[in-house]
Design a protein around this ligand. Structure first.
Ligand SMILES: [Zn+2]
Length: 484
């Protein structure tokens, strides 16, 4: 049996309240229990508290709090979700790409870490145990790409210049004996092969020991020649619930959608909803910090059921990378203007896991700007069961039609998206870039499926007046071009 929907919960609470009032008026004759033991009022209060919690859980948005404060300084008024987002966003972004400059970036991250530290989350635990793998993957892919660029440069092809802070990292990669790349083998030229080698081989040990021994200041700055930290003990590096509890805390502060949490985090959450005080004590996390993010039993159960049915988010899909790690890599590659490498990486993943629906959906998404007809083939072969949202599939189908200039087909998909009940958060191609068929987008926009569909329809209705008839595709296409 499914958990109640939010509107059913509200109705039940209302019914319980009405019943309790009526029952009390009749000296509790309505219930079968005797008046002194009747639980009608307690039940009504329980139901109303439950709905209150559900409503607080529904409005929580991990990203919004940070967005609201984007230009401010991370001080004590910041919620922990915003502080963590500041740490993650700033640290993962290459220092030379930070518009604020290195000094301000370091001050901001250090301040955010300090505020989290005051709330019981030790900075060293967060950096060296909680986020270290994500950072390592991120750094490694940039270093591998830069090294590939250098190899090509030697063959006299123009390529973007390499950021100087990356150079010692590239040297470190080159000095790993398992990194020798024979130029003659096609396989060695392929990015997924190089990346996999760097992620699992000697270079991963170089990065691990750098993360373990360097000062936080240098780690934040990605400085290869780092000063050592001034000595750490186990209390600095862990909370009493261990890595699983730390991961749980990161998931609940970082990820709005419970579907994206690790399965172990969902289990911690279930226990926490049942026994908040004991669970907080076992995890070694303060109750105040945990109370900042409300969740509801129904949504935890729902997410857990999906994760049992589709154990895929955190299983390895390609050379030890999980699906969500691979998705991170793809986002990095897109941001570096290497959409083709992202496609190549995903093709390798899909070849190894042909039934992995999310992997195929992500490949389909990346192909929208370059091969929209293949996107449509891939998406049409996917089913919407399980982890894929119908709205997301439709919005991407619409994007592929738009890229092909098929306005009528796009419009029909977009209308279906808006008429669908579920609005999902999503990273999508920016509409403007997509409509300019001569350009390949290098950014993604954070939006929701409904919002994207509304914007697209608005743009179509205000700038295009394409007749909804056969043979209009070419005309609409021309109109699209003239818009640019
Ligand atoms: Zn009663």
């Amino acid at each position: 049996m499914s958990p109640f929907t939010p509107s059913e919960r509200r109705l039940l609470a209302l019914a319980a309240r009405r019943f309790a009032d009526e029952c009390t008026k009749t000296a509790h004759q309505l219930s079968s229990s005797s008046s002194t033991l009747c639980e009608c009022q307690a039940l009504a209060e329980h139901a109303s508290r439950d709905v209150e919690q559900l409503e607080r859980a529904q409005v929580f948005d991990a990203g919004r709090e940070h967005l609201k404060r984007r230009n401010g300084f991370p001080d004590r008024t910041w919620p922990s979700a915003a502080l963590l987002r500041e740490v993650i966003d700033s640290w993962m972004r290459p220092p030379w790409k930070d518009r604020r400059g290195l000094f301000q970036r370091n001050v901001w991250v250090t301040a955010a870490l300090a505020r989290l530290g005051e709330r019981g989350l030790p900075p060293d635990a967060l950096i060296r145990r909680g986020l270290h793998r994500r950072f390592r993957l991120h750094l490694t892919s940039l270093v591998v790409m830069a090294r590939a660029d250098m190899a090509v440069r030697e063959e006299n092809s123009p390529r973007p210049p390499i950021a100087p802070p990356l150079l010692p990292w590239i040297d470190a990669l080159a000095s790993c004996t398992d990194q020798s790349i024979s130029r003659d083998t096609d396989a060695a030229r392929r990015l997924p092969v190089r990346l996999a080698r760097a992620l699992t081989g000697q270079f991963s040990e170089v990065a691990k020991s750098w993360l373990a021994s360097s000062s936080i200041k240098d780690i934040i700055a990605w400085r290869y020649q780092a000063e050592p930290h001034s000595g750490l003990n186990e209390e600095d590096l862990a909370i009493s619930g261990g890595t699983a509890a730390l991961d749980w805390l990161i998931d609940r502060l970082e990820l709005t959608q419970l579907e994206k949490w690790r399965e172990a985090s969902l289990l911690w959450e279930l226990r926490y909803l049942d026994e908040p005080m004991d669970t907080a004590a076992d995890a070694g996390i303060s109750s105040t910090l945990l109370a900042e993010r409300p969740t509801h039993f129904d949504s935890v159960i729902k997410a857990l059921r999906r994760s049992v049915r589709y154990r895929m988010m955190h299983d390895a899909v390609l050379d030890g990378l999980s699906y969500s790690e691979l998705a991170d890599q793809v986002t990095t590659l897109i941001g570096e203007g290497r959409l083709m490498s992202a496609v190549e990486l995903l093709e390798a993943g899909v070849a190894g896991q042909p039934y992995h629906q999310q992997l195929r959906a992500m490949l389909a998404f990346c192909l929208i700007p370059i091969k929209p007809e293949r996107t449509l083939d891939l998406l049409n072969a996917l089913s919407v069961h399980g982890t894929l949202s119908d709205g997301l599939l439709r919005v991407n189908r619409a994007a592929a039609y738009l890229r092909r200039g098929e306005v009528a087909a796009a419009r029909s998909e977009l209308t279906d998206v808006i008429n669908g009940t579920r609005d999902s958060e999503a990273q999508l191609w920016p509409l403007g870039d997509l409509l300019d068929r001569r350009s390949t987008p290098t950014t993604l926009c954070s939006t929701t499926t409904h919002q994207w569909a509304r914007d697209a329809l608005l743009q179509l209705s205000t700038t295009l007046d394409a007749p909804e008839s056969q043979g209009s595709a070419q005309r609409s296409n021309d109109v699209l071009h003239r818009q640019q």
